[in-house]
Design a protein around this ligand. Sequence first.
Ligand SMILES: [Zn+2]
Length: 399
Amino acid sequence: MHPVSPRYDGYTAYDYLEAGTDYQHFDLAPQLGRVPAYDLALDADQQARVARLMAEEIVFSLHEHAVVLPEDATEIRRYNRTGRQRTGYEGLAHSGLTAVIDNFMAGASCVTSQNGWKWDDMIYALGFRLADLAKQDMVVHALTVDDILRAKGEGRIALVAGFECATMIENELDRIDMLYGFGVRQLGIAYSQSNMLGGGLSERNDGGLTNFGRRAVERMNKLGMLIDISHSGDRTCLEVIEHSAVPVMITHAGARAVWPTARMKPDEVITACADRGGLIGLEAAPHTTISPAHPEHSIASVMDHFEHCVDLVGIDHVAFGPDTMFGDHVAVHHAYASNYAQRQEGGPAHPEVEYVAGLENPAENFGNIAAWLVKHGYSDADISKVLGGNVMRVLGEVW
Ligand SMILES: [Zn+2]
């Protein structure tokens, strides 16, 4: 855990409203200490090095849902239906993060529908949280690279708004402009299920980027919207990489060469993405980036994917997008099992974990990543790149 942000004044989500009167109250999961701290057994010098790197470097998470879940996991669907997810300010204050791409409720955006990804539901999720963000001083809604640099200088945390799929634009290209206007700076193509733009990774057949998808990529390029291909099918990924005029990102995934599931990317896609200047952020949602050497999902398994990607495309094209939240992520998968039916299909057998040790929530992720890199002999220059330097370089080209 890191020194608390000097900008944190104890604000909790929707403090400007009256709980129980203006909006529905839920008892929330604790943001700190819900699971035991992960001990990488560093000596005093190594700990000091981690502290220095976390303080000096841009620390950028490519993918999180930095919100607090209800304490009672059976209330997750009821909580999400209100549209008002709570930003985890207390946890973020201890995270050491400079910036985070927050992906709101993603497929769990079920306000007017139980199946997710509806335009109205995404706007509920975005609008409620951005209104709340405007009522406090620690987290800033970042729209530019300069906003992120300024946040670092001021001891604030930059939140970048992202949606991990474009299904809700339906057949309306102009909705990409509207999302940009509302402050969204990252958009995925398809979320596992295919849509108007292209193929999702769970489909038996991937027809590649559609004609509409090609126009959507062009519009995102014109706007300066970062394109994410994490949940797209392999052929669609390759065609997006080829069609985009600027680098795209795999913000949260792992390597299929390490763990053979559709959720992981084949070397061909990771290499093509890097060759065009893009990068891959390593994913840590429960039961995704498992490895044969570490089948019980933990930071050790994730780092097996990290090392594979560094060997494959070089350290300049690798970052981290742990994809965590404050609360029981495994329970979220169970609550939305019917929406996320594709998640585990085709993967080898592996033990179930209650949580991913070392990468469980946004407060602990990057301190543990930095500690692991220090412990495993990475140089300050290389650690600087993967903590955030690489992301800042690519965003400079894209935005
Ligand atoms: Zn995702």
